[in-house]
Design a protein around this ligand. Sequence first.
Ligand code: F3S
Length: 417
Amino acid sequence: MYLTRDEERIYEGEEGWTKKKAMEILVAIGDLNDAPGLIPIESAHVSGVSYKTIGDAFEFIESLKGRVAVKSTLNPMGMDRERWHEMGITGEFAARQKRVLAAYTKLGISAECTCVPYLLGGEGGAAVRVPKAGSHLAWSESSAVLYTNSVIGAMTNMEGAPSALAAALIGKTPLYGLHLRDNRLPRLRVKVNCTLSDADYSALGYLIGELAGDRIPLIELSARQPRPGMDELKHLSAAIGATGDIGMYHVRGVTPEASGMNVDAAIEEEVEIERVDLAEVYEECRCAGDDDEPEVIAIGCPHCSYSELTEIYRYLKAESERAKKGTGEVKVRREFFIFTARGIRRRSGALIERIESYGVRVFCDTCFVVSPAFERYKFILTNSGKMKRYAPLVTSAPKYGCTQLCSTRECVRAAFG
Ligand code: F3S
């Protein structure tokens, strides 16, 4: 891979050991992928923040010196930094988690620990900014990568924790993969023959990820389908990322590049999805048995937006009223956790207070999958296709965990059931 004179100097260690190591990572990845050189990036999003997943490897991050070269954010960590006691997190875990966070923030990375950095739009400090269409980024976190490539039209490969951090420190990334227009063409056409709402987008993404493998899909929604909004596309992105091996998708007439290029030029195969296919995703995983009841409801994978929090509150109010008539119950009867970004919590204080008045707990900085606090549950309800895939893999419950997908309204109803 060609390096400019300045890049060579960094590679040789003239700007210190940290940048030398970062440049070595980028060069190794670039060489492996036949990249001709490095390109400047607008921002980086770094995963590998939860002490649960990174373990004591964080001591390497502590040894790094200097500052990131571009605006950079962090993925969720293993606990809510303010309410970790309530989560049952041990003091030992919390102390180590705080060291991980400090190691990253010392490098100048924003302490917003969220998988929806694209929703913050300036909330949480100047380090957070919505990417521009056509800009090059180095983001990890599959759901955020799929959203920013597909819905925003920015360009990033699916970075891992080391490559995203290396790119953040250098301010550049190798030019290959989804940074090149030709590699963003869809190869699989997916015709959806039913209308969708709410968790249907999670079910659809779950199916498409499995069908697509490494082929970028062009999704054609039913002619009767109202245009999907940001929340629906967020869930579609997360679910495709959970079951597939791709960093972007197109939705004809909706996502920016689906009309700006000859999207049909590289199509190799066409598949159709019917309502019955989605129903199978909802039905799948009833492994807890007919008599078992869900132990916990978890929403916020990816982290909830303000509009989702508003909708959940509306459902809580309605279901509480309904439950009151029958049993006098006004609070939820099952454990119910919601996850959101701290920047979203900051601007939703009163709304979150009202949600929590029903006995629901809203945590920030973390999530059900990356925190050790939720490993004991074996039967989980969620509206997220990504949770459906990952939550059973992280449970330490004696019986293999089961995650049932259902609509947001059904999740809330079950909480009072
Ligand atoms: Fe975000 Fe955790 Fe889901 S990082 S996408 S809430 S698994």
